[in-house]
Ligand binder design. Structure first.
Ligand SMILES: [Zn+2]
Length: 299
């Protein structure tokens, strides 16, 4: 996490539950690091707390700086669901490292509802170039810089588009990068020519109106909900939407035929095994419940 670390009083909130960046400790940290606050700046805020044994353990939250016009002060909008203790974070990183060699799936996992994070992903890495998933049988053929150069994803962090370095977009942008970096050359060129905008709004964006980026003509929408999925499932879902684009599906399918075709493409491209696809389809309600579901994730 490369954001500047700045103290904030987590009890000092404005009407919109944003942290006021006004207290003495905050000003001291800003001054010490030579930081001039500006709209949209990413910070990691901390406050002093203790662990279960009474030892000091900072509470951390990532946020974006905003200006509170009414109160004439700087505040930080943070994701209250993503607050963590510093020691937990260190432990998690250590787990990630040791778990890289093989992802284990706890028993009974497939029965979990799709809305909750799946256990095998709690140790998932969110780095820009994540390690290939177990079972992947395609290699990475290009890097994230190539995607930026080809104007498929943004180079600078963004509130709305898949981009390198998005602060709270830990699953969607890395999944887009992984899928596109592993895509065979022919399909990659096709995706390039489809001029897809990977619309991946920040979870705190409550609504949005704006222009479609100049060189884009198709949209793949990746909802914030995907941030609660495990990385593997998120990669498969992104691959699924990309497969729809490759197959020229831009209308809703009247039945599951297009879905069958799309999932076959996902498997053919090497983004999921038959078993993984069957599992995710049953979680999505595509397999057992007949007509219901199946489109809510789509287009
Ligand atoms: Zn679909």
């Amino acid at each position: 996490m490369a954001n500047p670390l700045v103290y904030a009083d987590f009890q000092n909130l404005d009407d919109e539950n944003r942290l006021r960046l006004t207290c003495a400790g905050t000003r001291r940290d800003l001054e010490r690091q030579g930081i001039a606050l500006r709209e949209g700046m990413a910070l990691t805020l901390y406050t002093d707390d203790a662990d279960g044994e009474g030892q000091p353990d900072k509470l951390l939250a990532d946020g974006f700086v905003q200006y509170n016009e009414a109160e004439k002060c700087w505040v930080a909008a943070i994701d209250w669901n993503a607050i963590r203790h510093e020691k937990d974070q260190e432990r998690k990183l250590a787990t990630t490292r040791s778990a890289d060699s093989g992802e284990k799936r706890p028993e009974g996992n497939s029965l979990e509802p799709i809305l909750s994070p799946r256990q095998d992903c709690l140790a998932a890495s969110s780095s820009l170039e994540p390690p290939l998933l177990q079972g992947s049988h395609t290699k990475r053929r290009r890097n994230a810089q190539q995607l930026i150069d080809d104007r498929i994803i943004e180079g600078a962090p963004s509130f709305i588009s898949a981009a390198v370095g998005n602060l709270t977009d830990e699953k969607r942008s890395p999944a887009v990068i992984e899928v596109l970096c592993r895509m065979p050359e022919e399909e990659y060129q096709q995706i390039r020519e489809n001029h897809i905008w990977f619309f991946s709004p920040h979870p705190l964006v409550r609504g949005w109106n704006g222009r479609i980026p100049p060189n884009k003509s198709q949209i793949i929408y990746l909802p914030p909900l995907l941030e609660t999925w495990c990385r593997k499932d998120c990669v498969i879902m992104v691959a699924h939407e990309v497969a729809h684009s490759l197959l020229g599906h831009t209308e809703l399918s009247p039945n599951n035929t297009l879905e069958d075709e799309t999932w076959s493409k996902v498997i053919q491209l090497g983004f999921g095994t038959e078993e993984q696809v069957r599992e995710i389809r049953s979680l999505l309600g595509e397999l057992n419940s007949g007509e219901s579901g199946g489109y809510s994730d789509e287009q």
